[in-house]
Ligand binder design. Structure first.
Ligand SMILES: [Zn+2]
Ligand SMILES: [Zn+2]
Length: 388
C-alpha cells in the first residue's frame, strides 16, 4: 500500500530529504545526508483487539509532528457512548486494534515549524475529527463533519499519513494538524471541558442551527451525557427549557442543570400540557422510544432534531408531521469553527460537563455502568493513570 500525502511530500521537499521508500509505514526514512529519521513514535494506549475483548494497555504508533502538526500530551479524555459502540463493533466496520476516545484535552508538547495557532505549553483540545478533504463545498463552508469525502474520525478512520487506522484519545499523546485543534478557554476546568468536544458540540450545533434563543421554548428529551449539555446550553442561549424524562429521580437534577420545567414523559396529562407548544425539540435518547409523542409537542414549523442514535428505525406517523408542517431532522457534531465558537461560548458562560473522573484501568467497568445509564453525566479519564 503506497500512501504519500501532500503534507508528507511538502515536508520532505522543505527538509530536503529523499524518499527512498515510498511506503511511509516504514518507521525510519533515509535522509539525503545518509542518516535516518524516525517517522513514528511508539506511545502507550488503551484499546481492544476484538469486539468481545476487554480494553487493555497496548502500544500504538503516532507520526512525529510534520509542518502544521501539533503533538498533544493527553491529560483528560471523555468517555462517549460511541466509544463503546465502536470498541464492540456495534456499528460494524471497526478496525482492530481499536483505541477509542474523541473528547480530548491536553497540552501541546511539540509543534511543527509552520504551526501558527499554538505554542508549546498551550492547552488544546481535539474532538471527533482530525482532518477532512478541506476542498469540497461543505469543508469550505466550515461543515467538515459533512465532508463529501468523509471526515477523518479521531479514531477508526483510515489515517492518511500512516495508512493504518486512526487511534483515539485513550492514549498518552496524539498528533493532529493544528487546523483541527481547538483552543481551550482559560477559565474552564480542564477535565470537565473534555466532554464539550463531543457532547457539547453535538447539542450546541443544532441549537444554533435552529436559532434557539430568547422567546423560544425548547424541549430536551433524555438527560444523559448529551441531554445534560443540551439543557445547560439552551438555557445559556436564553431559551425556556423543558426537560422530558422517564425517571422521577432526575427531576431535581434537571432543574439544577437549568430546566425551567420537567415533564415525566410517561404521564399523559403532563405531556398533553405541552402539545403543540414547543418551537424545537432536541432528542438525545439512544434507546427505543415513541418519537410521535414528541413530534406532537411541536408548534407550526417546529423541528425535532435527533442527536441520539437508537439501534432500530423509529416509526414516524405522517400525521405527526403534516398538520403543523413539522420537521423531523438530525444533526451530527459541528464544524471546527463552530466547535471553537461553542468552547468560547462555554468559557463566557462558565459551562462545563458534570463529570465522574476515572482511571483508565476502570474503563471496562465504566462501559458497563454507561450501559445502565449509571453516570452523572460523563465519565472522564484522568490520562495520568496510563503512566501507572
Ligand atoms: Zn462522541
Ligand atoms: Zn470535504
Amino acid at each position: 500500500m503506497v500512501i504519500v500525502t501532500v503534507h508528507i511530500v511538502e515536508w520532505f521537499q522543505t527538509h530536503n530529504f529523499a524518499i527512498i521508500k515510498s511506503n511511509i509505514m516504514e518507521s525510519k526514512i533515509a535522509t539525503a545526508e545518509g542518516g535516518t529519521i524516525a517517522m513514528t513514535k511508539q506511545v502507550r494506549a488503551f484499546g481492544t483487539a476484538a469486539p468481545a475483548g476487554q480494553l487493555k494497555q497496548l502500544n500504538i504508533q503516532r507520526r512525529k509532528p510534520i509542518l502544521h502538526d501539533v503533538e498533544i500530551e493527553i491529560l483528560f479524555c471523555g468517555v462517549c457512548h460511541s466509544d463503546l459502540h465502536t470498541a464492540r463493533n456495534e456499528w460494524h466496520g471497526t478496525i482492530y486494534p481499536c483505541v477509542p476516545g474523541h473528547e480530548i484535552v491536553g497540552k501541546i508538547v511539540n509543534a511543527g515549524s509552520h504551526v501558527k495557532k499554538f505554542k508549546v505549553g498551550d492547552f488544546a483540545a481535539v474532538g471527533c475529527m482530525v482532518d477532512s478533504c478541506r476542498e469540497c463545498e461543505y469543508c469550505k463552508e466550515g461543515l467538515e463533519q459533512y465532508c463529501e469525502e468523509g471526515m477523518i474520525g479521531t479514531y477508526n478512520s483510515t489515517d492518511p499519513h500512516l495508512g493504518i487506522q486512526t487511534y483515539g484519545g485513550y492514549s498518552e499523546s496524539v498528533v493532529v494538524d493544528e487546523v483541527f485543534v481547538l483552543k481551550v478557554p482559560e477559565n474552564l476546568d480542564l477535565a470537565s471541558t473534555a466532554p464539550l468536544l463531543c457532547a457539547g458540540i453535538t447539542t450546541y450545533s443544532p441549537l444554533r442551527h435552529w436559532n434557539i434563543g430568547p422567546g423560544k421554548r425548547v424541549g430536551i428529551v433524555g438527560i444523559g451525557g448529551l441531554g445534560h449539555m443540551g439543557v445547560k446550553l439552551a438555557k445559556a442561549m436564553g431559551a425556556e427549557v423543558i426537560v422530558f424524562t422517564t425517571s422521577p429521580s432526575k427531576i431535581e437534577d434537571a432543574k439544577r442543570l437549568g430546566a425551567d420545567h420537567v415533564v415525566l414523559s410517561k404521564d399523559k396529562d403532563q405531556m398533553q400540557r405541552y402539545s403543540g407548544r414547543l418551537h424545537f425539540v432536541l432528542d438525545a435518547v439512544s434507546a427505543e422510544h415513541d418519537i410521535n409523542a414528541y413530534l406532537k409537542l411541536l408548534k407550526v414549523d417546529g423541528t425535532l432534531a435527533l442527536v441520539g442514535a437508537p439501534e432500530h428505525p423509529l416509526p414516524v406517523a405522517a400525521f405527526s408531521l403534516i398538520p403543523k408542517r413539522r420537521s423531523f431532522a438530525g444533526s451530527m457534531i459541528g464544524g471546527i469553527a463552530e466547535t471553537q465558537e461553542m468552547l468560547d461560548f462555554c468559557g463566557k458562560h462558565n459551562i462545563v460537563a458534570d463529570i465522574e473522573m476515572i482511571n483508565i484501568q476502570q474503563i471496562n467497568e465504566a462501559y458497563e455502568r454507561l450501559l445502565k445509564g449509571d453516570v452523572k453525566y460523563r465519565f472522564v479519564i484522568d490520562m495520568a493513570s496510563l503512566k501507572k
